[in-house]
Design a protein around this ligand. Sequence first.
Ligand code: SAH
Ligand code: SF4
Length: 368
Amino acid sequence: MSGPPDSAPARPPISGVSSRALREALSGEPRYRVDQLSRAVFREAATGFEEILTLPAGLRATLAQRFNYEALEAVRSETSSDGTRKILFRTTDGAAVETVQMPTERPGATTICLSSQAGCGMGCTFCATGAMGLTRNLTASEIVDQFLHFRRRSTERQTPDRAVFMGMGEPLANLREVERAVRTLVNPKAVGLSPRRVTVSTVGLSRGIHVMAGWGLPVSLAISLHAPDDDVRAQLVPVARRFPLGSLMEASRRYQQQARRRVTYEYTLLHGVNDSLSQAADLARLLRRQRCHVNLIPFNAYPGARYRPTPRDGIRAFRDALRERGLRATIRRTRGRDISGACGQLHAGALAGRARRTASANLRRDGG
Ligand code: SAH
Ligand code: SF4
Protein backbone atom coordinates (compact mmCIF):
# COMPACT_ATOMS: atom_id res chain seq x y z
CA MET A 1 0.00 0.00 0.00
CA SER A 2 1.43 3.38 -0.90
CA GLY A 3 1.29 6.25 1.55
CA PRO A 4 1.32 10.01 1.16
CA PRO A 5 4.35 11.33 -0.73
CA ASP A 6 7.63 11.04 1.22
CA SER A 7 8.80 14.59 0.65
CA ALA A 8 6.40 16.79 2.59
CA PRO A 9 5.24 19.80 0.56
CA ALA A 10 7.26 22.90 1.29
CA ARG A 11 4.19 24.70 2.63
CA PRO A 12 1.86 22.47 4.67
CA PRO A 13 -1.86 22.96 4.07
CA ILE A 14 -3.39 25.07 6.82
CA SER A 15 -6.33 22.71 7.54
CA GLY A 16 -3.88 20.05 8.74
CA VAL A 17 -1.79 22.24 11.06
CA SER A 18 -2.25 21.27 14.72
CA SER A 19 -3.53 23.94 17.08
CA ARG A 20 -0.18 23.81 18.90
CA ALA A 21 1.72 24.50 15.69
CA LEU A 22 -0.72 27.29 14.89
CA ARG A 23 -0.12 28.89 18.30
CA GLU A 24 3.62 28.70 17.62
CA ALA A 25 3.22 30.23 14.17
CA LEU A 26 1.19 33.06 15.73
CA SER A 27 3.41 33.61 18.78
CA GLY A 28 3.76 37.30 19.46
CA GLU A 29 0.20 37.88 18.24
CA PRO A 30 -2.79 38.30 20.56
CA ARG A 31 -4.21 34.93 21.64
CA TYR A 32 -7.53 35.39 19.87
CA ARG A 33 -5.77 35.30 16.47
CA VAL A 34 -5.69 31.47 16.54
CA ASP A 35 -9.47 31.35 16.86
CA GLN A 36 -9.91 34.01 14.20
CA LEU A 37 -7.73 32.07 11.81
CA SER A 38 -9.42 28.71 12.53
CA ARG A 39 -12.85 30.21 12.10
CA ALA A 40 -11.88 31.70 8.74
CA VAL A 41 -10.30 28.47 7.49
CA PHE A 42 -12.99 26.03 8.61
CA ARG A 43 -16.21 28.04 8.68
CA GLU A 44 -16.03 31.00 6.36
CA ALA A 45 -15.94 31.69 2.65
CA ALA A 46 -12.35 32.95 2.32
CA THR A 47 -10.45 31.07 -0.39
CA GLY A 48 -7.00 32.47 0.46
CA PHE A 49 -5.16 34.14 3.35
CA GLU A 50 -5.47 37.48 1.57
CA GLU A 51 -9.26 37.28 1.99
CA ILE A 52 -9.20 36.90 5.80
CA LEU A 53 -9.88 40.53 6.50
CA THR A 54 -10.10 40.04 10.27
CA LEU A 55 -6.29 39.52 10.26
CA PRO A 56 -3.80 42.36 9.74
CA ALA A 57 -2.27 42.47 6.24
CA GLY A 58 1.27 41.72 7.46
CA LEU A 59 0.12 38.57 9.23
CA ARG A 60 -1.84 37.43 6.17
CA ALA A 61 1.32 37.73 4.09
CA THR A 62 3.43 35.83 6.65
CA LEU A 63 0.88 33.02 6.83
CA ALA A 64 0.78 32.78 3.03
CA GLN A 65 4.55 32.31 2.97
CA ARG A 66 4.43 29.51 5.54
CA PHE A 67 1.25 27.62 4.65
CA ASN A 68 -0.83 26.57 1.67
CA TYR A 69 -4.45 27.69 2.00
CA GLU A 70 -5.81 24.75 0.01
CA ALA A 71 -4.27 21.29 -0.37
CA LEU A 72 -6.05 20.67 -3.66
CA GLU A 73 -6.44 22.51 -6.91
CA ALA A 74 -9.84 22.23 -8.63
CA VAL A 75 -9.18 21.55 -12.28
CA ARG A 76 -12.59 20.61 -13.63
CA SER A 77 -16.19 20.97 -12.55
CA GLU A 78 -19.31 19.36 -13.99
CA THR A 79 -22.94 19.88 -13.02
CA SER A 80 -25.63 17.24 -13.56
CA SER A 81 -29.19 17.94 -14.67
CA ASP A 82 -30.27 16.88 -11.14
CA GLY A 83 -28.04 19.49 -9.47
CA THR A 84 -25.23 17.10 -8.50
CA ARG A 85 -21.77 18.62 -8.95
CA LYS A 86 -18.53 16.77 -9.46
CA ILE A 87 -15.10 18.36 -9.08
CA LEU A 88 -11.85 16.88 -10.30
CA PHE A 89 -9.02 17.96 -8.01
CA ARG A 90 -5.29 17.68 -8.45
CA THR A 91 -2.99 17.22 -5.47
CA THR A 92 0.32 19.10 -5.27
CA ASP A 93 2.10 15.98 -6.61
CA GLY A 94 -0.32 15.58 -9.51
CA ALA A 95 -2.67 12.82 -8.28
CA ALA A 96 -6.27 13.09 -9.51
CA VAL A 97 -9.17 12.95 -7.03
CA GLU A 98 -12.90 13.37 -7.56
CA THR A 99 -15.49 14.70 -5.10
CA VAL A 100 -19.26 14.97 -5.53
CA GLN A 101 -21.76 17.40 -3.99
CA MET A 102 -25.30 16.04 -3.93
CA PRO A 103 -28.58 17.83 -3.27
CA THR A 104 -30.66 16.21 -0.51
CA GLU A 105 -34.24 16.14 0.72
CA ARG A 106 -33.20 18.49 3.54
CA PRO A 107 -34.08 21.97 2.25
CA GLY A 108 -30.98 24.00 1.38
CA ALA A 109 -28.58 21.26 2.48
CA THR A 110 -26.16 19.14 0.48
CA THR A 111 -24.06 16.05 1.13
CA ILE A 112 -20.41 15.88 0.12
CA CYS A 113 -19.15 12.53 -1.12
CA LEU A 114 -15.47 12.43 -0.13
CA SER A 115 -12.59 10.43 -1.56
CA SER A 116 -10.11 8.87 0.86
CA GLN A 117 -7.60 7.66 -1.74
CA ALA A 118 -6.59 8.54 -5.28
CA GLY A 119 -7.91 5.41 -6.99
CA CYS A 120 -8.48 2.23 -4.99
CA GLY A 121 -6.54 -1.00 -4.56
CA MET A 122 -9.46 -3.26 -3.59
CA GLY A 123 -10.32 -4.28 -7.17
CA CYS A 124 -14.07 -4.81 -6.72
CA THR A 125 -15.24 -6.16 -10.05
CA PHE A 126 -18.23 -3.79 -10.47
CA CYS A 127 -16.50 -0.48 -9.67
CA ALA A 128 -14.77 1.96 -12.04
CA THR A 129 -12.49 3.23 -9.26
CA GLY A 130 -11.42 -0.35 -8.56
CA ALA A 131 -10.49 -0.78 -12.21
CA MET A 132 -8.02 2.13 -12.05
CA GLY A 133 -6.00 0.72 -9.14
CA LEU A 134 -4.48 2.69 -6.26
CA THR A 135 -2.36 5.79 -6.89
CA ARG A 136 -1.91 6.71 -3.23
CA ASN A 137 -3.57 7.40 0.09
CA LEU A 138 -4.81 10.95 0.63
CA THR A 139 -3.66 12.97 3.62
CA ALA A 140 -6.17 14.21 6.21
CA SER A 141 -5.91 17.75 4.77
CA GLU A 142 -6.56 16.50 1.26
CA ILE A 143 -9.72 14.82 2.58
CA VAL A 144 -10.95 17.74 4.72
CA ASP A 145 -10.17 20.26 1.98
CA GLN A 146 -12.58 18.47 -0.37
CA PHE A 147 -15.35 19.39 2.09
CA LEU A 148 -14.01 22.91 2.64
CA HIS A 149 -13.84 23.55 -1.11
CA PHE A 150 -17.64 23.28 -1.24
CA ARG A 151 -18.32 24.99 2.08
CA ARG A 152 -16.35 28.04 0.92
CA ARG A 153 -18.06 28.29 -2.43
CA SER A 154 -21.67 27.21 -1.82
CA THR A 155 -24.64 29.52 -1.55
CA GLU A 156 -27.01 29.26 1.42
CA ARG A 157 -29.23 27.03 -0.66
CA GLN A 158 -26.48 24.41 -1.03
CA THR A 159 -24.92 24.36 2.46
CA PRO A 160 -22.87 21.16 2.90
CA ASP A 161 -23.94 19.66 6.23
CA ARG A 162 -23.10 15.99 5.75
CA ALA A 163 -20.00 14.06 4.61
CA VAL A 164 -19.97 10.50 3.33
CA PHE A 165 -16.78 8.56 2.54
CA MET A 166 -18.28 7.07 -0.61
CA GLY A 167 -16.07 8.62 -3.27
CA MET A 168 -12.84 7.11 -4.52
CA GLY A 169 -10.97 4.71 -2.32
CA GLU A 170 -11.36 2.46 0.69
CA PRO A 171 -11.31 4.60 3.84
CA LEU A 172 -10.28 1.78 6.18
CA ALA A 173 -7.23 1.06 3.99
CA ASN A 174 -6.09 4.59 4.94
CA LEU A 175 -7.08 4.45 8.59
CA ARG A 176 -4.67 6.93 10.14
CA GLU A 177 -5.41 9.82 7.77
CA VAL A 178 -9.14 9.04 7.65
CA GLU A 179 -9.31 9.10 11.46
CA ARG A 180 -7.54 12.49 11.52
CA ALA A 181 -9.90 13.79 8.83
CA VAL A 182 -12.99 12.53 10.67
CA ARG A 183 -11.78 14.15 13.92
CA THR A 184 -11.32 17.46 12.10
CA LEU A 185 -14.75 17.16 10.47
CA VAL A 186 -16.50 16.64 13.82
CA ASN A 187 -14.34 18.97 15.94
CA PRO A 188 -16.55 21.93 16.98
CA LYS A 189 -13.45 24.17 16.76
CA ALA A 190 -12.78 22.99 13.21
CA VAL A 191 -15.39 21.91 10.62
CA GLY A 192 -17.96 21.17 13.34
CA LEU A 193 -20.23 18.56 11.72
CA SER A 194 -22.34 16.37 13.94
CA PRO A 195 -20.64 12.91 14.07
CA ARG A 196 -23.92 11.34 13.00
CA ARG A 197 -23.67 13.31 9.79
CA VAL A 198 -20.34 11.73 8.90
CA THR A 199 -20.58 8.28 7.30
CA VAL A 200 -17.63 5.99 6.67
CA SER A 201 -18.41 3.42 3.98
CA THR A 202 -16.14 0.37 3.93
CA VAL A 203 -15.77 -2.59 1.61
CA GLY A 204 -15.70 -4.66 4.82
CA LEU A 205 -12.21 -4.61 6.31
CA SER A 206 -13.14 -6.20 9.65
CA ARG A 207 -9.93 -5.19 11.38
CA GLY A 208 -10.48 -1.54 10.46
CA ILE A 209 -14.05 -1.69 11.77
CA HIS A 210 -12.71 -2.86 15.16
CA VAL A 211 -10.29 0.08 15.14
CA MET A 212 -13.14 2.46 14.28
CA ALA A 213 -15.16 1.07 17.19
CA GLY A 214 -12.32 2.32 19.41
CA TRP A 215 -12.50 5.90 18.11
CA GLY A 216 -15.27 6.63 20.58
CA LEU A 217 -17.18 8.72 18.04
CA PRO A 218 -20.78 7.96 17.02
CA VAL A 219 -20.02 8.33 13.31
CA SER A 220 -22.24 6.37 10.95
CA LEU A 221 -20.85 3.16 9.49
CA ALA A 222 -21.89 1.70 6.14
CA ILE A 223 -20.68 -1.75 5.11
CA SER A 224 -20.66 -2.78 1.46
CA LEU A 225 -22.06 -6.29 1.61
CA HIS A 226 -23.36 -7.09 -1.92
CA ALA A 227 -23.97 -10.80 -1.24
CA PRO A 228 -25.29 -12.97 1.61
CA ASP A 229 -22.66 -15.70 1.10
CA ASP A 230 -18.86 -15.78 0.91
CA ASP A 231 -18.63 -17.29 -2.59
CA VAL A 232 -20.64 -14.66 -4.47
CA ARG A 233 -19.18 -11.95 -2.28
CA ALA A 234 -15.62 -12.98 -3.15
CA GLN A 235 -16.43 -12.79 -6.87
CA LEU A 236 -17.48 -9.18 -6.43
CA VAL A 237 -15.16 -8.07 -3.63
CA PRO A 238 -11.80 -9.89 -3.82
CA VAL A 239 -10.76 -8.84 -0.27
CA ALA A 240 -13.76 -10.77 1.06
CA ARG A 241 -11.50 -13.84 0.91
CA ARG A 242 -9.43 -12.31 3.69
CA PHE A 243 -12.42 -11.04 5.67
CA PRO A 244 -15.22 -13.59 5.36
CA LEU A 245 -18.75 -12.84 6.51
CA GLY A 246 -18.24 -14.42 9.93
CA SER A 247 -15.51 -11.92 10.88
CA LEU A 248 -17.36 -9.06 9.20
CA MET A 249 -20.61 -9.65 11.08
CA GLU A 250 -18.69 -9.88 14.35
CA ALA A 251 -16.95 -6.54 13.69
CA SER A 252 -20.24 -4.97 12.66
CA ARG A 253 -22.03 -6.11 15.84
CA ARG A 254 -19.19 -4.70 17.91
CA TYR A 255 -19.54 -1.35 16.14
CA GLN A 256 -23.31 -1.33 16.70
CA GLN A 257 -22.72 -1.85 20.42
CA GLN A 258 -19.81 0.55 20.89
CA ALA A 259 -21.12 3.46 18.83
CA ARG A 260 -24.76 2.74 19.67
CA ARG A 261 -25.49 3.26 16.00
CA ARG A 262 -27.57 1.39 13.48
CA VAL A 263 -25.21 0.10 10.76
CA THR A 264 -26.15 0.48 7.10
CA TYR A 265 -25.48 -2.42 4.72
CA GLU A 266 -25.00 -1.35 1.13
CA TYR A 267 -26.00 -3.85 -1.54
CA THR A 268 -25.38 -3.05 -5.20
CA LEU A 269 -27.82 -5.10 -7.29
CA LEU A 270 -26.22 -6.87 -10.27
CA HIS A 271 -28.63 -8.65 -12.57
CA GLY A 272 -28.41 -12.43 -12.40
CA VAL A 273 -25.55 -12.31 -9.88
CA ASN A 274 -26.89 -11.25 -6.47
CA ASP A 275 -30.49 -10.14 -7.08
CA SER A 276 -32.62 -13.30 -6.74
CA LEU A 277 -35.41 -13.52 -4.19
CA SER A 278 -33.74 -16.49 -2.55
CA GLN A 279 -30.64 -14.31 -2.03
CA ALA A 280 -32.92 -11.69 -0.45
CA ALA A 281 -34.17 -14.39 1.95
CA ASP A 282 -30.57 -15.41 2.75
CA LEU A 283 -29.66 -11.78 3.36
CA ALA A 284 -32.57 -11.36 5.77
CA ARG A 285 -31.41 -14.47 7.63
CA LEU A 286 -27.81 -13.19 7.82
CA LEU A 287 -28.86 -9.84 9.28
CA ARG A 288 -31.53 -11.19 11.64
CA ARG A 289 -31.58 -9.44 15.00
CA GLN A 290 -29.10 -6.72 14.00
CA ARG A 291 -29.86 -3.04 14.42
CA CYS A 292 -29.34 -2.25 10.77
CA HIS A 293 -30.66 -0.80 7.58
CA VAL A 294 -30.18 -2.16 4.06
CA ASN A 295 -29.56 0.35 1.30
CA LEU A 296 -30.04 -1.16 -2.16
CA ILE A 297 -27.93 0.56 -4.83
CA PRO A 298 -28.97 0.29 -8.49
CA PHE A 299 -25.86 -0.69 -10.46
CA ASN A 300 -24.33 2.25 -12.33
CA ALA A 301 -22.69 1.21 -15.55
CA TYR A 302 -19.41 2.65 -16.88
CA PRO A 303 -17.35 1.92 -20.00
CA GLY A 304 -16.05 -1.65 -19.83
CA ALA A 305 -18.38 -2.76 -17.01
CA ARG A 306 -19.06 -6.49 -17.00
CA TYR A 307 -22.46 -6.43 -15.21
CA ARG A 308 -25.99 -5.32 -16.01
CA PRO A 309 -28.34 -3.44 -13.70
CA THR A 310 -31.32 -5.21 -12.17
CA PRO A 311 -34.55 -3.88 -13.75
CA ARG A 312 -36.56 -1.47 -11.58
CA ASP A 313 -39.31 -3.95 -10.69
CA GLY A 314 -36.66 -6.52 -9.69
CA ILE A 315 -35.11 -3.96 -7.32
CA ARG A 316 -38.51 -3.27 -5.75
CA ALA A 317 -39.25 -6.99 -5.40
CA PHE A 318 -35.88 -7.50 -3.66
CA ARG A 319 -36.62 -4.62 -1.27
CA ASP A 320 -40.10 -5.97 -0.54
CA ALA A 321 -38.72 -9.45 0.17
CA LEU A 322 -36.42 -7.89 2.80
CA ARG A 323 -39.20 -5.80 4.32
CA GLU A 324 -41.54 -8.81 4.56
CA ARG A 325 -38.85 -10.43 6.71
CA GLY A 326 -38.71 -7.45 9.05
CA LEU A 327 -35.66 -5.62 7.70
CA ARG A 328 -35.50 -1.89 7.11
CA ALA A 329 -34.67 -1.54 3.43
CA THR A 330 -34.58 1.37 0.99
CA ILE A 331 -33.48 1.95 -2.59
CA ARG A 332 -30.76 4.55 -3.06
CA ARG A 333 -31.72 7.39 -5.33
CA THR A 334 -29.15 7.64 -8.07
CA ARG A 335 -27.56 11.05 -8.48
CA GLY A 336 -25.31 12.51 -11.13
CA ARG A 337 -25.24 9.55 -13.49
CA ASP A 338 -25.10 11.84 -16.56
CA ILE A 339 -21.77 13.30 -15.35
CA SER A 340 -20.39 9.90 -14.21
CA GLY A 341 -20.70 11.13 -10.65
CA ALA A 342 -22.82 8.28 -9.26
CA CYS A 343 -21.63 5.46 -6.96
CA GLY A 344 -18.82 3.50 -8.52
CA GLN A 345 -18.40 5.75 -11.55
CA LEU A 346 -15.52 7.90 -10.28
CA HIS A 347 -12.53 7.32 -12.47
CA ALA A 348 -10.42 10.46 -12.33
CA GLY A 349 -7.42 8.92 -14.02
CA ALA A 350 -9.19 8.80 -17.36
CA LEU A 351 -10.26 12.41 -17.02
CA ALA A 352 -6.98 13.87 -15.90
CA GLY A 353 -5.41 14.53 -19.31
CA ARG A 354 -8.54 16.10 -20.75
CA ALA A 355 -9.02 18.03 -17.53
CA ARG A 356 -5.85 20.07 -17.84
CA ARG A 357 -6.96 21.43 -21.20
CA THR A 358 -10.55 22.21 -20.29
CA ALA A 359 -10.16 23.17 -16.64
CA SER A 360 -10.28 26.92 -16.83
CA ALA A 361 -13.16 26.96 -19.32
CA ASN A 362 -15.27 24.65 -17.18
CA LEU A 363 -14.51 26.42 -13.94
CA ARG A 364 -15.56 29.68 -15.50
CA ARG A 365 -18.81 28.15 -16.79
CA ASP A 366 -19.75 26.47 -13.51
CA GLY A 367 -18.35 29.11 -11.22
CA GLY A 368 -16.46 26.40 -9.29
N1 SAH B 1 -14.69 1.82 -0.82
C1 SAH B 1 -15.85 2.06 -0.07
C2 SAH B 1 -16.50 3.39 -0.33
C3 SAH B 1 -16.59 3.88 -1.76
S1 SAH B 1 -17.68 3.04 -2.83
C4 SAH B 1 -16.85 0.94 -0.25
O1 SAH B 1 -16.65 0.10 -1.13
O2 SAH B 1 -17.81 0.89 0.51
C5 SAH B 1 -19.30 3.58 -2.27
C6 SAH B 1 -20.42 2.58 -2.61
O3 SAH B 1 -20.62 2.50 -4.03
C7 SAH B 1 -20.10 1.17 -2.16
O4 SAH B 1 -21.19 0.59 -1.52
C8 SAH B 1 -19.82 0.47 -3.47
O5 SAH B 1 -20.03 -0.91 -3.39
C9 SAH B 1 -20.78 1.13 -4.40
N2 SAH B 1 -20.46 0.95 -5.82
C10 SAH B 1 -19.24 0.76 -6.38
N3 SAH B 1 -19.35 0.63 -7.73
C11 SAH B 1 -20.67 0.76 -8.02
C12 SAH B 1 -21.41 0.76 -9.24
N4 SAH B 1 -20.80 0.65 -10.42
N5 SAH B 1 -22.75 0.92 -9.17
C13 SAH B 1 -23.37 1.09 -7.98
N6 SAH B 1 -22.72 1.12 -6.79
C14 SAH B 1 -21.37 0.94 -6.81
FE1 SF4 C 1 -12.67 0.42 -3.84
FE2 SF4 C 1 -15.12 0.67 -2.79
FE3 SF4 C 1 -14.74 0.60 -5.49
FE4 SF4 C 1 -14.37 -1.61 -4.01
S1 SF4 C 1 -16.32 -0.50 -4.31
S2 SF4 C 1 -12.99 -0.86 -5.64
S3 SF4 C 1 -13.51 -0.75 -2.15
S4 SF4 C 1 -14.03 2.18 -4.08
